[in-house]
Ligand binder design. Structure first.
Ligand code: ADP
Ligand code: MG
Length: 614
């Protein structure tokens, strides 16, 4: 007898099932996708014991006649594609014709289906892939599928299932994704006779998100203005700057109606948010990308969870563009609250604002003199308030700051006879030596002075770096350092970027490097350590983002050290300048690390808190 034998249909189905049916949630995914492909307007999912003992999906879709009901249980039987060419133009969620036979081969399976105008329906019972009976069925038009005792005939598989609660939560997540992808369809999820959610058909995505995730989350979102870019369209909602999660669980992206995971998408989102997202955090998104089906291969993963893009860079750019436009749009709204008239100015502002001169920036103007590495720190010791900032053009501000406590707000000067028309807010004081309290047209605004200053310095430094590169200071004594092969390679490939960042290194071969200059605004007692740190931190970054971003990370780190701190007492004109400069920033509402700089508490919120409005 030959050693090689064809597997029986039954075993072949079980092998295929191993790929498609991983857990109850994958059964729900496949069945609900079929219901959606069948044009259902209402889908009800019921499970018992995390879906392990029972999953039932009931839809009001087109149903099947008896021939189709029997055929759909055959492997590779599908109504959705006919030729290989159809694969390049898939508009349906299914196309493999594998799900139903796979599921039926690893469970006790009951299918009951009826076409809308048919007199009778069909009911088929299958156990572990073998048909028990086929008979007339009397259920309502549509299709009902019950999957009992999942993996009853594959004990090894069953052992891999997690607790019922875990499996149930996967099912719930799966159905949430489907519900988000199809707001126009009503969804019900029941578990052990308890209603988990009941979503009426919604007219738009925003309502669906609110019904599903609650008002609080919906309020944290910005609508992405629909854009067409590189032949694709993007729409949906994304979290406001500073809104993030510690996992990718809320980072939901659909491509042609399919929720997918994909590294290109991850990078695009990260880059789009850039400094509006804290390190190690992930954005909250509900994004829908539509593109020519030929531009994306969905036939990569058995569960169709992953996709491959023909032009990943175009997809990434489109995402970055969509997110940045959305965040900028939000900025315009924010400034709206500051631009509206009606705020009485009570504090003087210089008519013609002098350029902001803050620590960390002064160094840009300082003459380039060789200095000793160890002396670097001194020039950064000056407190913020002692930095010269002309008040009216000729009188430098060198007075010591008035001693203030949290109880005594910033001294408010005598109201000027004519308020400067530019003023868009009224300064009320400083809370806890950190939070600037202001009023604008929208209500109350709190600003974290440290975060605000970080943002201002960051954008200023970035602008300068783009224009001129970061000025560097020559070390009096060049330092040599030894780097491992991987680090050496990295430095070799990024010499130009390092140069732009003000870091001068020169190679002497076999891992020996000479470091002769470092950025002017960097305070480092140990320039060698600085370089090592930069290499460590940026090596990851450089593989994912542009070279410019590389510099930005260093800037973000640097400005943090130089920015005004909590407890730094700022005088009123300085505070006003700080806020004005903040409002000029591209992304004023969060610091370069993604933390908020400003919090607006609207009159509406105040009225609610005081019980004036429901
Ligand atoms: P695929 O979805 O890849 O075509 P499936 O095994 O999931 O493969 O389904 C096989 C076929 O059965 C589908 O192509 C479809 O014609 C039919 N079918 C499955 N589920 C339903 C349903 N809920 N309503 C109507 N037809 C269905
Ligand atoms: Mg299917």
């Amino acid at each position: 007898m030959s050693r090689i034998q064809l597997l029986s249909e039954e075993v072949a189905s079980q092998v295929a099932a191993g790929e498609v049916v991983e857990r109850p949630a994958s059964v729900v995914k496949e069945l609900v996708e079929n219901s959606l492909d069948a044009g259902a307007r209402r889908i009800e999912v019921m499970m018992r014991r995390g879906g392990i003992s029972l999953i039932r999906v009931v839809d009001d879709g087109c149903g099947m006649d008896r021939d189709d009901a029997l055929l759909c249980l055959e492997r590779h039987a599908t109504s959705k594609i006919r030729t290989g060419a159809d694969l390049a133009a898939i508009r349906t969620l299914g196309f493999r014709g594998e799900a139903l036979p796979s599921i039926a081969s690893v469970a006790r399976f009951r299918l009951s289906t009826r076409m809308r105008d048919a007199v009778a329906g069909t009911e088929i019972m299958v156990t572990g892939g073998k048909i028990d009976y086929v008979r007339d069925g009397g259920d309502a038009p549509g299709t009902q599928i019950e999957v009992r005792s999942l993996f009853f005939n594959l004990p090894a598989r069953r052992k891999f299932l997690r607790t019922e609660n875990t499996e149930a939560s996967h099912v719930e997540h799966q159905l949430q994704l489907q519900a988000l992808g199809h707001p126009e369809v009503g969804f019900v999820l029941l578990t052990d006779d308890r209603t988990v959610f009941q979503l009426p058909p919604a007219t738009n995505l925003r309502d669906r998100i609110r019904d599903l995730s609650g008002r609080a989350l919906a309020d944290e979102l910005l609508e992405v203005p629909e854009i067409a870019f590189h032949g694709m369209t993007i729409r949906g909602f994304v979290g406001k700057p500073g809104v993030s999660r510690s996992s990718r669980a809320q980072q939901i992206v659909f491509v042609n109606g399919r929720p997918v995971e994909n590294a290109t998408l991850n990078h695009g989102l990260r880059e789009g948010y850039h400094t509006a997202l804290m390190k190690g955090q992930y954005p909250v998104t509900f994004l829908f990308l539509e593109m020519d089906p030929a531009a994306v291969d969905v036939n990569v993963h058995p569960a169709k969870r992953e996709v491959r893009f023909r032009e990943p860079s175009a997809v990434r750019e489109a995402l970055v563009e969509a997110i940045q436009r959305t965040l900028e749009g939000d900025r315009a709204q924010w400034s709206g609250a500051f631009a509206a008239p009606g705020i009485k100015l009570e504090s003087p502002v210089p008519e013609e604002p002098a350029p902001l001169s803050l620590p960390g920036m002064a160094e840009f103007h300082a003459p380039q003199a060789p200095i000793l590495p160890l002396g670097l720190t001194q020039q950064f010791q000056e407190p913020y308030v002692s930095v010269t900032m002309p008040e009216d053009g000729n009188e430098p501000l060198q007075q010591p700051p008035a001693v203030r406590t949290p109880m005594s707000p910033a001294p408010v000067a005598v109201p000027p006879p004519e308020p400067a028309p530019k003023q868009r807010f009224r300064l009320l004081g400083v809370l806890g030596k950190l939070y600037v309290v202001m009023e604008n047209a929208g209500g109350l605004v709190l600003v974290d002075q440290h975060a605000a200053h970080e943002r201002i310095l960051f954008e200023e430094l970035r602008r300068r770096m783009e224009e001129l590169g970061v000025p560097s200071q020559r070390l009096l004594m060049p330092l040599t350092l030894q780097l491992g092969p991987r680090d050496s390679d990295w430095v070799e490939q990024n010499l130009e970027t390092l140069q732009k960042m003000g870091i001068g290194v020169e190679g002497f071969g076999s891992g020996t490097w000479k470091l002769d200059s470092i950025p002017q605004f960097v305070r480092s007692e140990e320039p060698q350590q600085l370089l090592r740190d930069i290499i460590d931190e940026l090596r990851e970054v450089s593989s994912q983002s542009s070279k410019l971003r590389l510099g930005e990370d260093v800037i973000a780190k640097t400005v943090c050290r130089h920015a005004v701190k909590a407890n730094d007492l700022l005088r009123e004109p300085e505070l006003i300048r700080l806020i004005e400069d903040l409002l000029q920033c591209d992304l004023p509402y969060c610091c370069p690390h993604g933390r908020p700089t400003m919090i607006q508490i609207s009159y509406l919120e105040l009225e609610k808190k005081f019980g004036r409005k429901a």
